[in-house]
Ligand binder design. Structure first.
Ligand code: AMP
Ligand code: MG
Length: 404
């Protein structure tokens, strides 16, 4: 049995070994469809930003030395509005009316806010407060110079990036194609969501959580339905699954008599790198590779499946997408209740995190083991309980990540 850290090292080294430009290739999408996709081209500024010296206040463009001693009365010689500058040169004792976003007229070095002025008549303005040099304006190129690199490939496109891309004229963007993730649930006890289970059956829930987790990670998931616990049925499903970039098989990887998934992996020649991780839940997690497919056998229990995906599958999808950040950042919170450690396995326990003004507080959610979706739905995070003797005490700092 290997540690979570070792498992992650193996996963990332196999992912690095398989990394090629053509897997995944990029595709061009319209700006409106690029949110949260992984950028595949460098983005540079196509002009200075701002492209001209501009006002960032409504008011009067002045020569700042004219208003060093306030109040000062200046003669208005023109108007500069957004989209149409004033063709004037402002001289001593003069100023130009100006609006936010308008080009600064020649000769001026500051903008006085309209709130700090009075109008004795239409031709002149009384400036009530002095201003500093360059106050109320933004000089050409202060945000970026033409040709500056603004965004690097591998970045997950965020909301501000959408605005930035629009501002540099990118209506179409190269992003990573979404890898196909084939999802197979296994078990003789499973029925579909729309079916009514008999007393010995349960509904298939893993396919749906895996579908959403895959889609959120940036993949294009496909549900291949339920494989029954017999070799023929599993072979059939796994054959189709191995055509995808990533195959996820849930259930059938524990020690039970009908846990046949690993033997079918072996029949197909899947190279298995590990099949047990010192992790609770999620111990029977299988990771392998076959031709052009990352292969995962995930534990059947719903909470275990979800946790295993978070830890091992998500980084593989993000590596395929050529994302720079493949690991979810760990955050820190103060424990509100004790949490028992296990010297054999690190645990990732559903927990409830809240913010109390000083920082995050965390307590494990009331859950009844790794099949308890009811308990899990009360949690918003997974707390990391380190592999060691003893327990974490209230007030101690613990690491966690949000489940979303
Ligand atoms: P297994 O790993 O196949 O032994 O399954 C472990 C537990 O998870 C069993 O109680 C299964 O009934 C349950 N389970 C397996 N697959 C699913 C699924 N797709 N949806 C919900 N529960 C499942
Ligand atoms: Mg099973």
């Amino acid at each position: 049995m290997i540690s979570i850290e070792r498992g992650l090292e193996i996963v990332s080294s196999v992912a690095a070994e398989q990394a090629r430009q053509d897997w995944m290739p990029s595709e061009i999408v319209p700006l409106t469809e690029s949110m949260s996709r992984i950028l595949r081209e460098p983005v540079s500024s196509d002009s200075d930003s701002p492209p001209f010296d501009k006002a960032i206040r409504d008011g009067f463009a002045v020569r700042f030395e004219d208003v060093q001693r306030a109040p000062a009365t200046l003669r208005i010689i023109g108007e500069s509005r957004a989209g149409a500058g004033a063709d004037v040169e402002v001289g001593l004792g003069q100023c130009c009316e100006i609006m936010t976003g308008a080009p600064l007229p020649k000769g001026t070095t500051a903008v006085v806010m309209v709130e700090h002025t009075e109008r004795p008549n239409v031709e002149s303005v009384r400036v009530l407060r002095s201003v500093r040099l360059n106050e109320g304006l933004l000089r050409q190129g202060t945000e970026a110079k033409k040709g500056d690199r603004l965004l690097e490939p591998g970045r997950k496109i965020g909301l501000a990036d959408i605005g930035l891309l629009a501002s540099v004229g990118k209506a179409q963007i190269a992003v990573s194609k979404r890898p196909r993730v084939a999802i197979i649930a296994t078990g003789d006890e499973l029925v579909e969501v729309t079916d009514r289970p008999t007393s010995s059956q349960i509904r298939n829930s893993n396919s749906y959580t895996l579908f959403i987790q895959s889609a959120r990670a940036g993949a294009d998931p496909v549900l291949l339905g339920i494989g029954r616990d017999n070799l023929d049925d599993l072979r059939e499903k796994i054959r189709v699954g191995l055509e995808a970039d990533v195959m996820l098989v849930s259930g059938g990887v524990s020690m039970g008599k009908y846990d046949l998934v690993e033997s079918v992996f072996a029949e197909f020649g899947v190279r298995v790198f590990f099949d047990k991780v010192a992790m609770k839940p999620g111990k029977p997690t299988v990771f392998g590779f076959h031709r052009r497919t990352f292969v995962f056998g995930l534990p059947g229990n719903p909470v275990s499946t979800m946790v295993s995906f978070h830890v091992f599958v998500r980084p593989v999808i993000l590596s395929l997408l050529k994302a720079v950040d493949v690991q979810r950042p760990l955050l820190q919170a103060k424990l509100e209740a004790p949490a028992k450690c296990d010297p054999e396995r690190a645990a990732l326990v559903p927990a409830l995190v809240r913010f109390d003004g000083e920082g995050y507080r965390i307590a494990t959610a009331p859950w009844k083991g790794s099949s308890d979706l009811v308990g899990l739905s009360k949690a918003n995070a997974l707390i990391v309980i380190p592999r060691r003797e003893g327990s974490l005490e209230p007030g101690e700092t613990a690491e966690f990540f949000f489940m979303e």
